[in-house]
Design a protein around this ligand. Sequence first.
Ligand SMILES: [Zn+2]
Length: 585
Amino acid sequence: MVAKKGAGADLAAGLKELVRKFALKNAQDFGKAMEGAVLGKVIGANPSLRSNTAKLSEVVREQVAAVNKLDKAAIENELAKYADEFKTAEAERAEKSSKHSFEIAGAVEGHFVTRFPPEPGGYLHIGHAKAVFIEDALRQRYNGKFMLYFDDTNPDLEKQEFVEAIHEDLKWLGIKFDGEYYASDHIPILYEHAKNAIGKGKAYVCTCDLERTKELRFSGTGCEHKSQSIEKNMGLWKMMLDGKFGSGKAVLRLNSDMKAPNTTMRDPALFRIKHAKHYRQGDKYSVWPTYDFCTPIIDSIKGITDVLRDKNYEMRDELYFAVLDLLGLRKPRITSFARLEIANNVTSKRKVRALIAEKRISGWDDPRLVMIKALKRRGVTLEALREFALSFGMGKSESIVPIEILLNINRKMLDPIAKRLFFIEHPFELKIEGLSGKDGDVSLKLHPTEKLGYREYSTNTGLYVAAEDAAKLKAGDTVRLKEAYNIKLEKVGAKVITAAYTGKEQVDASVPKLRWISKTNAVKCELWDIGELLVGDAFNEDSIKKRQGHVEGYATELSDADIVQFEGCGMYKLDSRKSMRFLSL
Ligand SMILES: [Zn+2]
């Protein structure tokens, strides 16, 4: 009993230390630790903690609150002992990304053609970005061709709007294709191949319902339709094409092996009936090929030499080749790689649609998502996304990666263009006396090292400082207004501080420095601190924390999508100039 108790206490202490370490790091990176981000990091470092997120959340809440009470120096001081650990993790990742080579055994320079196959039934996400970047890297490596193939044989889901959105996202991703084509433009030739397969006794028309098909597939038994004559199947196929069956009432199936150990080989569907208007073909067809039938055929006839696929499709490779064998068509080579998954997020179209319907998120470009348009809105750059996505190489080992890794790369890349501005959440008035001539005119650099220019203010008509800073001040203190001048506090009242100007020269570096904004041109703004979308499997109710406050007047000169670094707060992207809304990066 005693030993058990001791072990539990050790475990609790270990957890507390782990959480505190990430809370400190998060506070150092962002100016403030955020529960969602810390939780994600802790689970990333120790996935087994996922099983008790209630307890974990409690510890995270405690530690985040405690760490947020510390000042910058205390955080740095406490983090010092972990410096090597954080440095090593960073170095390992950087080294890994430079090491990857993009190669396929047997691929030949000048004879390489690959394709990217989106379905226009949704928007592209970060996993698609990984695939196109790898395919594009291979195209360059082998001096080959890269085609865009719209896999559009499901009239229920597909829309022209998605075709256009996919084009737009791919353009943003910097991918130039050597041509594009649509599966739905190839229906007549696919019908020819279907007839060919029926003629060889390799396909049959089945009218069993879905439930029965499922049961038979599970038990490994063929239905009565499997042994129909070729003539009978030809007749039924013609009836399918003539619109004699309703949606879902008949299926053309591969006559394969109902006892195959690979269940995808148990007489899979090749064509289904869907009486629905197709966004591109209109009412022309009601018999639609499945992915498993049309993909190998179209890849083969379009001259694709290399297919890159998500590892999760490996089970279907056998079927891909079986279709081509049956029809006597040339076989491309398939190479599989692991899909990129982001921790505590979703990419499934179905799940994103549900979150939108429940009004949990605002749409496909909600900044918490990892859809391409959401990442773009958030302020993730193409360069950062490419470096991140390619850092995993073409390996097959699955990894669920915290979004923080991408954001870190992104912030480093953006730092040289991030304009430094002051944001004050709770303003406290400060009046300066004794200013003469141009004493009150201040010019501040927009960046400490890069030449981004200046912002200029008059401080004669009063300032705002942060209430949390004001709370630490008392009459008689000498402080410095950051990048401006020194003041001596004369009276610290409940609503206003009065101070005297004491000169521009910075005499003592240890004098406390205050963020400030000129009162006359302070602009109201809203900061959205973006956390992770999910906690465990549930929606994270705290995934966006909104803060109202004031930003200095220069903000009105920013353009939409400009990047700023709010001192002591972190990096943000201007999301809407009109409503002065900034998103955390
Ligand atoms: Zn049947």
